[in-house]
Design a protein around this ligand. Structure first.
Ligand code: HEM
Length: 560
């Protein structure tokens, strides 16, 4: 009786926090809060909550209260004006090295130091140095697309783009040349894929962590994981070999890639202060950017930190960039009049320029509008990093739960099993607890009149904001003209945030846009996209780790 009372109290004891802040929310279920609302993905779940409870509303992720914020002025307060109180993302309890050393996860002073060291590596001058590597990757992509064009068959371009961005990661971050479309068994490709899969496994552990965080987090952190250790060892060895190899080379002969920039940062780096971190705000997507003056200093990055930053490309840059290309291809194939206009622009550009690089891509203004609109409709990094990922519920999971829960009170056990069974029928549930686009309040504060205590996590659902009919006329329509300078001026700038905002915004934005523009330019010089019977219209998306096409993007690649 006493045990039952305790278990009952525990299951709901966290659920008064949002109410105390004055924030409305859907009714949470014992232990798991509102996670079931997100069965169809976070986009739909968040939309539902915002519609019912307004621009500041909340939900419980397990026992943790989460505040959803969709008012542009309040978003500006959190991301930019009061940045010093919102420096950190949600703490990632289950993340281990080297991922925990990546900029994405770092906190407070360590984040500031590493971001300061890394910012110059993403400067305009460094981006110029990446252009030859992007072109090398494009050569391989084009030859693969040529095969599809020659066959006349429809192809899944999402897959080709995934291979292409994987090749870029291998080349730019790990100094290794691969063609993952033709050589999918290359150890670099295999280990990168396994690394990404680490974050979407079957994990009853995640559910338990949500329900019993104070017990499960310390246990989960200590559990051995041989698979993860093997993958980490592979990358550590690659990195060590590369470091030794490059240290022995004369500096003039070293390959100019991101890895080399990181290795250089071991000993010297430019000193960039926090007010210069905001790449997104400094850079209009179409215009080249002024260089920050370099001031040599002696900050260092440890070997673990270097490895952590090399993983940034895999974690933050690989799938986001390939999804951007896939969504844009779908939009062009289904809007032939926009594609024609872009093809004309590409042809004119090629008559007047030797090729596309950092200095010239801003002479493709319509391409800029197309990419901006694609990022509005389908923001790839719309919510979360793939840290916990999807939990697939199978008989194995339910069996594991029986083994894992024996010490719990029978009523609790029955309840959890019923819950798992329900999820079994629903097939899968997203349980990503580590959101990319979220900030944790360091001290008590007030947002939109609500009292937010220190430690609360505020989340910005950009996917919902960028498709809200109150702010965007006919948001479901592809209309690149929304992004002309004149139209942009009419909107609150914080309604469109595909790369975030403020000092913690996407450090890779310039690189992502550059890569997307060069790639589209190179493709459209040779090919056009057409729909085919396999093209899924309207396109189904999945909002699991990043936002991406659910079943691929099938189009016909036609030689021009
Ligand atoms: C289309 C491609 C991409 C999109 C849409 C995208 C979007 C985003 C977004 C929304 C954030 C969170 C911003 C915030 O919290 O305010 C972010 C953070 C980040 N992105 Fe990107 N990103 C892309 C490509 C890349 C690439 C290519 C890289 C690196 C090579 C990269 C590296 C990062 C890093 C390191 C962070 C965390 C920054 C920090 O915490 O200081 N991203 N990105």
């Amino acid at each position: 009786m006493c045990d039952g009372h305790f278990s009952c109290r525990y299951s709901i004891s966290a659920f008064s926090q949002l109410q105390k802040m004055g924030i409305r929310h859907p009714r949470p279920a014992p232990f798991i809060g509102n996670v079931l609302l997100f069965q169809k993905g976070f986009w739909e779940g968040a939309n539902q909550i915002l519609k019912m409870y307004g621009p500041i509303s909340g939900y419980y992720m397990g026992r943790r209260p989460m505040v959803l914020l969709s008012d542009p002025e309040a978003v500006k307060q959190v991301l930019q004006k009061d940045f010093s109180n919102f420096t950190n993302r949600l703490k990632m309890n289950l993340v281990t090295k080297p991922m925990s050393d990546s900029l994405l996860c770092l906190r407070d002073q360590q984040w500031k130091r590493v971001r300061s060291v890394l910012t110059p590596s993403f400067s305009a001058a460094r981006m110029k140095e990446m252009c030859p590597l992007i072109h090398q990757g494009c050569d391989v992509l084009l030859s693969n697309l040529q095969t599809f064009a020659d066959s006349g068959e429809s192809c899944n371009v999402q897959r080709s783009y995934a291979c292409y961005t994987m090749d870029i990661v291998a080349s730019v971050a790990f100094g290794t040349n691969v063609d993952s479309q033709k050589d999918p068994d290359h150890p670099m490709v295999q280990n990168s894929k396994k690394f990404l899969e680490l974050f979407t496994p079957l994990k009853p552990l995640v559910l338990l962590t949500l329900a019993f965080p104070s017990i499960m987090v310390p246990i989960a952190r200590r559990l051995p994981n041989r698979n993860r250790d093997k993958i980490n060892d592979f990358f550590r060895k690659i990195m060590k070999d590369m470091m030794d190899q490059r240290d022995q080379q004369p500096s003039g002969e070293r390959r100019r890639d991101f890895l080399q920039l990181l290795l250089d940062a071991r000993t010297t780096a430019s000193n960039v202060s926090v007010e210069h971190f905001d790449i997104v705000n400094q850079a209009d997507l179409a215009a080249p950017v002024k260089e920050e003056p370099r001031k040599e200093t002696t900050k260092t990055l440890s070997e673990d930190e270097i490895l952590g930053q090399a993983f940034i490309f895999l974690i933050a840059g690989y799938e986001t960039t390939s999804s951007l290309l896939a969504f844009t291809t779908y939009l062009l194939a289904t809007h032939p009049e926009s594609q024609e206009r872009l093809l004309r622009e590409v042809d004119e550009f090629s008559e007047n320029h030797d090729g596309a690089d950092y200095n010239t891509v801003h002479h493709l203004p319509y391409m800029d509008l197309v990419i901006s609109e694609s990022l509005r409709m389908y923001p790839p990094a719309f919510r979360c990093v793939p840290v916990c990922g999807v939990m697939r519920i199978t008989p194995l999971t339910t069996g594991a739960a029986r083994v894992l829960f024996p010490s719990l009170l029978w009523s609790t056990q029955v309840w959890i099993l019923l819950f798992l069974r329900r999820m079994h029928y629903k097939d899968q549930l997203m349980l990503a607890t580590h959101t990319l686009f979220a900030r944790e309040a360091a001290a008590d504060c007030t947002v939109m009149g609500c009292k937010i205590p220190a430690g609360t996590v505020l989340e910005i659902p950009i996917g919902c904001m960028q498709n809200d009919p109150r702010y965007w006329e006919e948001p479901e329509r592809f209309r690149p003209e929304r992004f002309t300078a004149e139209e942009k001026q009419k909107r609150h700038p914080f309604l469109y945030l595909p790369f975030g905002a403020g000092p913690r915004s996407c450090i890779g934005m310039r690189l992502a846009i550059l890569e997307a523009k060069i790639t589209l330019y190179r493709i459209l010089r040779k090919f056009r996209f057409e729909t085919c019977p396999h093209t899924q219209i309207p396109l189904q998306v999945t909002a699991v780790s990043t936002l991406r096409p659910k079943d691929g993007v099938y189009v016909r690649v036609v030689a021009r």
